[in-house]
Ligand binder design. Structure first.
Ligand SMILES: Cc1cc2nc3c(=O)[nH]c(=O)nc-3n(C[C@H](O)[C@H](O)[C@H](O)COP(=O)(O)OP(=O)(O)OC[C@H]3O[C@@H](n4cnc5c(N)ncnc54)[C@H](O)[C@@H]3O)c2cc1C
Length: 465
């Protein structure tokens, strides 16, 4: 039974994966725990409820992962995608601990799919949740309730009273009414600020009005801003975000995974002016899908159009919306609202540049263009077999990189380098310590699970002492 007049051992802020992992772990360690989720119950779970998988180190095949994925390979993958914007000690620790996570997750009721192959070919490195992130969260929430974690929905933390690195209390708004909560320790697990368009506008101007936020509208960064304003050390570039190509017809918030489009490598992509602007076949899609949101964000009007023909249409997972379909490129361009003559010329120039070669949709193949800029370096085949298909694309923002600095015990660091006495962080709000740039599929859930467990454990230990 929630009692806001009581001093809890651990206050957990947030309702996604990082928060529930911290709350369950702290409760398992004997602490009294209050979890505050800004969203109402039916929207609980933040971006975590849209997820599908978790990236885990393993030394031999498991029920849910094929082959082996060892620390050094995992680290090399991370180091490459971040371009070195990571803390090696924290990253290697996260990787090692990831190997121990799935038994604990299963003990909390999380179920995994048998290893599978799919568009992102991740069966060796990533374990897929049976029922997706929503089922995973339902399992964690059921476990938390069974263990006696107190949970309040519709409860937004509006301000933490931080005094020389010590959190004294939290101001909250519960169903619109103000209240103050005290706790011996606090775990901040309130995600990024990607749903705060005014904050994003500072860096991107009015282009943000054309951004689609893939996940929860509750990731407004209120706790993050509040902590940074009170002398907590920041980490990560505030201007940067992870973004993918989304169907432009997606809702502005919370469309989730089904609005993503994977058509790019098997199509050409033109901007509002009917011009191609980047090599669509630069590398295999798992290594390139995360750059296309930013590429589209940099185009006029933040919109682009993917165009392919009948033979390419079967090769990718479609979005939830039907493709625009036409018997000619001219008709398709007209349906997309683009200048017909320009698009016809772009397609004709591209077709003329396509070289003969062996086509292979499953890996880097020999099909490329010659003599056009930008080139298409793989999967370049002439667009000539009707019907022709097109999708409008927008930048779909997944998460932001700015966060709070932490140490290996998930303890938040102040700007002077000193650890906070009783404030811990897990998940997206501290992910920038490890993932300062780029992305590795499944690593967001790994960071949240590993640091959620550490934050819960350390907060409970501190509170019980
Ligand atoms: C469509 C989509 C698919 C994804 N797929 C994957 C995947 O398959 N694998 C993977 O590893 N990663 C994936 N990610 C990234 C992943 O979602 C994040 O890395 C991860 O969910 C972060 O967990 P979190 O708990 O830190 O944040 P979130 O899950 O976003 O949770 C933040 C929580 O904080 C709450 N909150 C915010 N502010 C306050 C406040 N002031 N007071 C109280 N509560 C507050 C929110 O309501 C929310 O419940 C995906 C993201 C998206 C958008």
């Amino acid at each position: 039974m929630v009692d806001l007049t009581r001093t809890y051992d651990v206050l957990v802020i947030g309702g996604g994966n990082a928060a529930v992992c911290a709350a369950v772990t702290a409760r398992e360690a004997g602490a009294t725990v209050l979890l505050l989720e800004h969203a109402p119950k039916h929207f609980r779970g933040g971006n975590s409820r849209h997820t599908r998988n978790f990236r885990g180190m393993h030394t031999a095949p498991t029920k849910v992962l094929t082959g082996a994925y060892l620390e050094d390979e995992y680290w090399d993958d991370l180091n490459r995608v971040t371009g070195g914007h990571t803390d090696e000690a924290l990253a290697r620790m996260t990787i090692r601990v990831s190997a121990e996570m799935t038994p604990w997750m299963e003990a909390c009721g999380v179920r995994f799919q048998p290893a599978l192959s799919g568009t992102l070919s991740l069966s060796r490195t990533n374990a897929f949740f049976l029922g997706g992130g929503k089922a995973l969260l339902n399992a964690y929430y059921a476990t938390a309730a069974r263990l006696g974690v107190d949970i309040l929905y519709d409860a937004e933390v509006t301000h933490l009273h931080v005094d020389d690195g010590f959190v004294r209390s939290a101001d909250i708004t519960y169903r619109g009414f103000p209240a103050t909560v005290t706790a011996r320790c606090v775990v901040a697990a309130s995600g990024g600020f990607q749903a705060n368009l005014d904050w994003m506008r500072k860096y991107w101007g009015d282009a943000v009005d054309n951004f689609v936020i893939r996940g929860t509208p509750y990731a407004k960064g209120r706790v993050l801003r509040d902590l940074l304003d009170q002398g907590v050390a920041p980490i990560g570039d505030p201007t940067q975000f992870h973004a993918v190509a989304l169907d432009a017809r997606s809702p502005q918030f919370d469309g989730g995974i089904s609005t993503r489009l994977d058509s790019v490598p098997f199509s050409i992509v033109v901007n509002r002016d009917g011009q191609r602007f980047y090599d669509e076949g630069e590398d295999v899609w798992p290594k390139r899908y995360a750059i296309w949101g930013r590429l589209i964000a940099q185009q006029p009007g933040q919109i682009a159009y993917s165009i392919c023909d009948a033979k390419a249409f079967e090769l990718f997972m479609p979005s939830v919306y039907p493709a625009l379909k036409a018997d000619s490129i001219a008709e398709l361009a007209h349906k997309m609202g683009l200048d017909v003559a320009t698009v016809e010329k772009t397609v004709a120039d591209y077709n003329a540049a396509v070289q003969p070669g062996r086509f292979d949709s499953s890996g880097l193949d020999e099909c490329r263009t010659e003599g056009i800029t930008p080139p298409k370096t793989h999967w370049a085949r002439r667009i000539e077999e009707g019907p022709f298909y097109g999708y409008p694309l927008r930048p779909g923002i997944t998460f932001t990189y700015l966060g709070v600095k932490v140490n290996e015990n998930a303890r938040v660091l102040m700007a002077d380098g000193k650890p906070s006495a009783n404030l811990f962080a897990s998940g997206e709000i501290m992910a920038g310590n490890i993932l300062g740039r780029g992305y590795l599929a499944g690593f967001g859930m790994t960071i949240g699970t590993v640091f959620g467990r550490i934050a819960g454990r350390e907060a409970a230990r501190h509170a019980r002492n």
